[in-house]
Design a protein around this ligand. Sequence first.
Ligand code: ATP
Ligand code: MG
Length: 572
Amino acid sequence: MSNDPTSMTGPGAAPAAAPSDFIRDIIAEDIATNKHGGKVVTRFPPEPNGYLHIGHAKSICLNFGIAAENSGARCHLRFDDTNPAREDVEYVDSIQADVQWLGFNWGDHKYYASDYFEQLYEYAILLIKAGKAYVCDQTPEEFKRDRGTPTIPGTPSPWRDRTVDENLDIFARMRAGEFPDGARTLRAKIDMSSPNIHLRDPGLYRIRHVEHHRTGAAWCIYPIYDYAHCISDAIEGITHSICTLEFEVHRPLYDWILLQLPFTDRPRQIEFARLNLGYTVMSKRKLLQLVEENLVSGWNDPRMPTIAGLRRRGFTPESIRQFCKRIGVTKYNGLTDIAVLEYAVREDLNKHAWRVMGVLRPIRVEITNYPVGQVEMLQAVNNPEDPSAGSREVPFSRHIYIEQDDFMEVPAKKFFRLSPGGEVRLRYAYIMKCEQVIKDEAGNIVELKCTVDLDSKSGGATAGRKIKGTIHWVSAPHACSAEVRLYDRLFTVPEPDGDASGKDFKQFLNSNSLEVLSHAKLEQSLAEAVPGRPYQFERVGYFCVDAWDSSPGEPKFNRTIGLKDAWAKATP
Ligand code: ATP
Ligand code: MG
């Protein structure tokens, strides 16, 4: 495996201490006691019925992380593709791309549960022969009705005592396609009065005359998740099968099935709390609804909590891994504040982003005492956090743009930026004074006439003059005009899908989650910007070039995240 734990902190950084949690403790103990012959094999088992989201990232970092931290250990990527109706190769491809982008590698260990269909069928025959499984002709409604409740025992199916021969015969005919969907199921014969409902003769196989994206029309019976999952784990020699808490009640069934079959080294299922993140939804069914109802532009819409969306938004793999490390692994379900994720990306981008100037909502400025036609190239450091990023030249001229927000005609108290008669420092350049405000007939500001103190540039006689505010600017004749998209949280409430009012989650969509600015003026160097490099527009936020909609020489920018947590201020 090429998983290198030191790479998780980026090139040159000291290896971070390996995380520690109850699952890693169990594994360390198992290694120490030579359980599973000292082997550690984990797996990440997505169902290819949607794109991966940030919750999956938690599971990926855990499973692949454990493999990376233990020498000789490995993590399998297994597509849990036993439900053909909802699955698609588009999802298989996107899942692989996303796991790799996060920085993990399955090596030669990519598997599909559908590759085990024949073995799963053979094991079902073993169960039937052992009197541990039977064909049941009940309808799904009868099955539900007779299952009982946690306090009322179930009622045995009238088909429970079919003979082995009869079961073998009907099961073979189920496979051969003799019966319509839902006509029969194969059920485990366990205990209809067990306090655990999952042990009350659960279904193992159902009839579905649906083609599968890999096995085509070869099968019309498909194994149920609980049956396929434990056996797939055992076939692959998984030692620790890590899943989310809702499977805790399924664990006795997981163990029961494997105990009936000829496996010697059985995997152990361990549950942890899934990630729930504020201001978003995470169920693939709900994410699919947003996509299908065009409430977002696709699975990779930069507002989606999907890995593809976060990547397009400008999140880095490092920031997502750091986030997963920070939230840790526990047994307690809770809601993680989205600010934790936002903090992680800000922290990472602060280290790597190049500082540039970009004016999102421009006002034109003419500097009347600056020579017509003169252009000066000013030196700007690309990244003060990283000297190796070097510096670049930023042109300055008589016409510039500044941010509308940085000018107030009637300045509020403590407004230290530009106002009539007032002075402000232009980043990397001169101190500028506003002399006159030019308006159109409707009273809108069209231009500011300003002057600069020509000695106030770095190295000049008045360079040290104390000025309270510094603002960013862009030389007008050199500016790159670009579309800039400002993204915000997709929902207006922390728990859109668990709201006490019982409203549909879509009612909480944030109608201001996307603002498109078509006439932003960015510094010249950004005309050639390409996807992949993060930028900090000074004083504004972190941005990246949209990899989807940009064309060469015509970049479109996505705001990854603002410089500060705007929501923290907004909440009283
Ligand atoms: P969804 O509810 O979004 O459909 P799922 O659990 O059905 O998710 P799978 O494709 O089966 O999706 O998930 C693959 C793996 O990722 C599973 O092992 C699952 O436990 C884990 N996983 C899914 N969602 C989360 C989450 N929110 N937090 C942590 N792990 C998760
Ligand atoms: Mg699932």
